[in-house]
Design a protein around this ligand. Structure first.
Ligand code: UFG
Length: 323
């Protein structure tokens, strides 16, 4: 079976994708510096703790590798506005180190974690991949920069790169003990659970947006469906397929209040909330046009109904609280 290097494989989406790849029989090696990831998310014999800038370690791990799936990055939009240098250094600098090492090792296939944040505040929704790239945060910019580098390396190095632009990743793989555990947590669904459990109200960032109930609309995609998108992207590259960028979302938007209600139903608890001001940089609506991924790579979301997402996320959440 092909040998795959997964960077950032101890993180949320990286660990679940690693789990999927192992289940499919791929020979997986993980590199993670554990600055944000969790050691227990990866089988010990597969994990190498190092930074991507550690070119010696990366070169060693790349020996005999057929393709790389590159997750390692910082992901918090708000933090990126406070620490932009750290975001460019880690997300762009780390990617460049990896890409240089890949060129030296003659590894020419890469699946790259990108984001809907490359579109910034979109002109219209659903957003196709051909929409304007206009990020509004250092985080989004760092991902857009790496995508552009990949375009150049496709041309001048024959590197085949697939960028997957995730919309709102959520849900969990509770049977595998894997799910979302950021510190500090900024994402909606874990914060709704926290409010449900502690009785401490969650702040809803704005209720005067031009949507059905005034709260922002997002496209929530189950992490299992996201992991599956990486597997099909990898298979596409292994089969000789070309480079490209693909949105990964369901094409259906939900408001913050709709997600809150789903969490109430699944947990059987009331979620206390209070309306706060708008959060800077939040677009009104982010919904994917994911027809390119469906048509070209045959991917379909299978687990992204909001009740399934919240059920799996809740199962993971409660298992962590107990353990
Ligand atoms: N929200 C609240 N209260 C909270 C947290 C979130 O009302 O305490 C709202 C946000 O305003 C937003 C929605 O819930 O409308 C979802 O917020 P998240 O922080 O969970 O996710 P974002 O949509 O802000 O961010 C996601 C990804 C980022 C990516 C971004 C693209 O997590 O990595 O989409 O814009 F960059």
């Amino acid at each position: 079976m092909p040998r795959i290097l997964v960077t950032g494989g101890a993180g949320y989406i990286g660990s679940i994708t690693t789990h999927y790849l192992l289940r499919r029989g791929y020979d997986v090696v993980v590199i993670d510096d554990l600055s944000r990831g969790h050691r227990e998310n990866v089988p010990a014999e597969r994990l190498h703790v190092a930074r991507l800038q550690d070119t010696g370690a990366v070169a060693e791990l790349l020996a005999g590798v057929d393709a790389v799936v590159h997750f390692a990055a910082f992901i918090a939009v708000g933090e990126s506005t406070r620490e932009p240098e750290m975001y460019f250094s880690n997300n762009v600098g780390g990617s460049l180190s990896l890409l240089e090492a890949m060129a030296r090792a003659d590894v020419r296939r890469l699946v790259f974690s990108s984001t809907a944040a490359v579109y910034g505040d979109p002109v219209s929704v659903p957003i196709p991949e051909t929409a304007r790239i206009a990020p509004v945060s250092p985080y989004g910019e760092s991902k857009a920069m790496v995508e552009r580098v990949l375009g150049e390396l496709d041309r001048y190095r024959g590197l085949r790169g697939v960028a997957l632009r995730y919309f709102n990743a959520c849900g969990a793989e509770p049977e595998a003990g894997l799910g979302e555990a950021h510190d500090p947590e900024t994402h909606l669904i874990p914060l709704l659970f926290r409010a449900a459990v502690t009785g401490e109200p969650i702040q809803i960032f704005g209720d005067n947006y031009p949507t059905s109930d005034g709260t922002c609309t997002r496209d929530y995609i189950h992490v299992g469906d996201l992991a599956e998108a990486h597997v099909v992207a990898l298979e596409h590259l292994m089969g000789g397929g070309g480079s490209g960028a693909f949105n990964v979302g369901t094409g259906k938007g939900l408001t913050v209040m709709e997600v809150l209600r789903a969490v109430e139903e699944v947990t059987g608890k009331r979620v206390p909330y209070r309306i706060a001001g708008r959060r800077e940089g939040d677009p009104t609506e982010l919904v994917a046009d994911s027809s390119k991924l469906r048509k070209t790579l045959g991917w379909e979301p299978r687990r992204s109904k909001i009740h399934e997402i919240t059920r799996d996320a809740w199962a993971y959440h409660t298992s962590k609280v107990k353990s």
